[in-house]
Design a binder for this molecule. Sequence first.
Ligand code: ZN
Length: 194
Amino acid sequence: MMTKEQALKMLMDRDAVLEGHFLLTSGRHSDKYCQCAKLFRYADTSELICKELAEYFKDGKIDMVVGPAIGGIIMAYEMGRQLGVPNIFAERENGEMTLRRGFAVEKGQRCLVCEDVVTTGGSVKEVIALLQSMGAEVVGVGSVVDRSNGKVDFGVPFHAVLSMEVTSWEADECPLCRAGAGAPVKPGSRSFKK
Ligand code: ZN
């Protein structure tokens, strides 16, 4: 088993989790930034991280892994590979989560839903509802990072490799600014360096 510290270090080594002083799109300041897509740039680390989840769900008699696009696509692929089952992804069409490209699930098929980062869990809930409406059985939800602060309830077992509390503040209440940390950086901006 991987410890929380090991998982965090792995994500930080791949810049999927950064610590510092960040300006979020909401305008709030934060001491952490999480972008799991950066983890999946590296097949070796992705394999190790997903192995943790695959171990957790390996006795779940899973038939199919389903990920919501875009965040869940690569993750579902790697989870399916490790569990030895097919994987598909759900995507939005006219705003609604659906299966396209001839993807389908069968009645009674045991599905594991995978999403890289769970914050509110909105997309995952939609995928669960979609699969259930097609007669499939959703046996669990797996994610790399749980940022919901334990607040999300999918009605099925949920397991994340790393639970990460992300705190943010209004600019005038930011303790990092008060401590003289300098101007916050906007992750993803061109001037932003690791
Ligand atoms: Zn600040």
